[in-house]
Design a protein around this ligand. Structure first.
Ligand code: PMT
Length: 221
């Protein structure tokens, strides 16, 4: 079909939150529902790509025609992404990966006490940054979820993580970010240009991102 602009391309998408265990009954996580990442996986499939979706825990069904791998922690996500990275042409890191995890995971449920309880957190691996260092031919798209200074942080992530594009959303804007069916994003590119999109359904945001990626890849040939 004529809209199969990504035919023959292998696209790796990550979506959803991660869960970082504290004990057998508790974890740290965030508000990501997976909607944005699943929309990207479905749009890439509809554009003719072979899609692998690596998803943290969500309540969304696995999209038809997409190889979906369910993971839990940042470490699980990292390992599965690395297994598929070398084969991929386009990698889109939509997942809201935890930056920290409990340093000590209790084998048994932690019992409550009278005193305050302090949890020590340690850094998780930065998957996007690792990919930025290792990439060869892959087109690498990162997201930036910000609450302030969106442009500055997005441009910083583009450079520091060696991404080819950053999709920035201001997650405190009405209709944007976590949980909503819509998003408001700006695409920041390596050549210093940016493209601001209006409020759109996540399915449409996904198509716009992929059209832009396609345009950039074509420009490389
Ligand atoms: O899932 P929804 O409810 O639809 O919500 C969508 C969304 C708000 C989660 C999505 O639009 C979004 O912004 N995703 C990125 C969330 C995020 O973790 O942003 P960040 O600015 O903290 O991270 C920057 C980039 O680094 C992201 O591409 C992230 O996947 C990546 N990262 C972060 C930490 C880490 N340890 N490894 C990573 O690869």
């Amino acid at each position: 079909a004529t809209n199969e602009i990504l035919k023959g391309k292998k696209v790796l998408v990550t979506a959803g939150p991660t869960r970082e265990k504290l004990d057998p009954v508790r974890f740290f996580s965030n508000h990501s529902t997976g909607k944005m990442g699943y929309a990207l996986a479905e749009a890439a499939r509809d554009f003719g790509a072979d899609v692998v979706l690596i998803s943290g825990p969500t309540s969304l069904p696995s999209p038809a025609g997409v190889q979906t791998i369910r993971v839990e922690s940042a470490q699980d996500m990292y390992e599965n992404v690395m297994n598929h990275f070398h084969d991929s042409d386009i990698v889109i890191k939509t997942a809201a990966v935890a930056d920290y995890r409990p340093k000590y995971v209790a084998d048994n449920k932690i019992k409550k006490q009278q005193e305050d309880y302090t949890v020590v957190l340690e850094r998780t691996v930065d998957i996007l940054q690792t990919l930025g260092k290792q990439k060869t031919h892959q087109f690498l798209v990162g997201f930036a979820a910000e609450t302030n200074d969106v442009e500055r942080y997005a441009k910083d992530k583009l450079a520091r993580k060696n991404a080819d594009m950053i999709v920035a959303n201001n997650v405190v804007q009405e209709g944007a970010g976590f949980g909503t069916d819509t998003n408001i994003v700006t695409l920041f590119k390596r050549d210093g240009t940016e493209k601001q999109l209006p409020l759109l359904p996540k399915s449409e945001v996904a198509k716009e991102i992929l059209r832009e990626v396609h345009h950039e890849i074509e420009g490389r040939l």
